[in-house]
Design a protein around this ligand. Structure first.
Ligand SMILES: NC(=O)c1ccc[n+]([C@@H]2O[C@H](COP(=O)([O-])OP(=O)(O)OC[C@H]3O[C@@H](n4cnc5c(N)ncnc54)[C@H](O)[C@@H]3O)[C@@H](O)[C@H]2O)c1
Length: 278
């Protein structure tokens, strides 16, 4: 479905992003793998190459002002064009609304909202100029789209996540606006909102030694065991499918909405939640 198409996935060193990069490659895409963690980004690209696909890795933080332009340039240098941009990179830094610090608020807004916006701006000339050229020559539009990763925390709010919820709903507004602004060029923009996907962001904090370094500070990732036990205890009531998603299932939602089969779907928020919240 993605033969000769170039797909950029941010935060693709592990978790949902890595699975998404692998699935796009299985569907024929040439993939640009970004992650904060250079070794993991290289590992995902190597897995794709080992399976006979094409990929490059490009390490760095999506919050770095210089990164979006450099990432787009690397994609075009390697593969000549850009078709799909997946804004997936991110992490959580939870706290109750009355206790969230300015730094904590800003860091989460930066990674989940400002970075996708800057990435979209950096991709604009490549996506839009190629589409304009097709329009002028009368050729049908190629598949071009953006997929922004959102969350049920954004759609419904979530205790302890005022910063994350604000950013994840903000990205929905960004998605719908770009869908309206770029639709005439055949460029689609959608969001995928996940609920509960089994990754280090949702595993019990105490059962893993997972941290992310932000400004020289180690932030522990995961959900406190007490909270996770509470979530597990009524999972059947909260989630019709009664289990968390595997990363492969989360990736399926992203690839589905990016695919040419979704050519008339734009401005949509696809909820990949096992039915949570219906
Ligand atoms: N796991 C869930 O249940 C869930 C639910 C809703 C939304 N999400 C969203 O899905 C996305 C992926 O999360 P995940 O669960 O796979 O987490 P993860 O921690 O397994 O993977 C996220 C990846 O993003 C990278 N990353 C973090 N900050 C970065 C930055 N500034 N620049 C580049 N890379 C960066 C990390 O190094 C990591 O490899 C995130 O946007 C997250 O908010 C996850």
């Amino acid at each position: 479905m993605f033969n000769r198409q170039t797909v950029i996935v941010t935060g693709a060193g592990r978790g949902i992003g890595a699975s998404t990069a692998l699935l796009f490659a299985q569907q024929g895409a040439r993939v640009v793998v970004n992650d904060l963690d250079a070794a993991l980004a290289a590992e995902t690209a190597q897995l794709i190459a080992d399976a006979g696909g094409q990929a490059i890795h490009f390490a760095g933080s999506v919050t770095d002002n210089e990164l979006p332009d450099r990432l787009m340039q690397a994609a075009v240098d390697a593969f000549g064009q850009i078709n799909v941009l997946v804004n997936n990179a991110g992490y959580t830094w939870d706290g109750m609304a009355h206790k969230i610090t300015g730094k904590q608020w800003q860091a989460i807004l930066d990674v989940h909202l400002t970075a996708p916006f800057r990435m979209i701006q950096a991709a604009a000339p490549y996506l839009r100029d190629a589409a304009k050229a097709e329009l002028e020559s009368g050729a049908p539009f190629s598949n071009r789209c953006i997929v922004n990763v959102s969350s049920t925390s954004g759609l419904h709010g979530n205790i302890g996540q005022a910063n994350y919820a604000a950013a994840k709903l903000g990205v929905v507004g960004l998605t719908k606006t770009v869908a309206k602004e770029w639709g005439a060029l055949g460029i689609r923009c959608n969001a995928v909102a996940f609920g509960f996907v089994d990754t280090r962001l949702t595993r019990p904090q105490e059962a893993q030694e997972e941290a992310i370094e932000i400004d020289g500070r180690q932030l522990m990732l995961g959900i406190p065991r007490k909270v996770r036990d509470l979530l597990d205890s009524d999972i059947g009531q909260r989630i019709p499918l009664a289990r968390p998603a595997a990363v492969e299932e989360a990736a399926g939602g992203i690839v589905l909405i990016a695919s040419p089969l979704a050519s008339y779907i734009t401005g949509h928020v696809l909820e990949v939640t096992g039915g949570m919240g219906i």
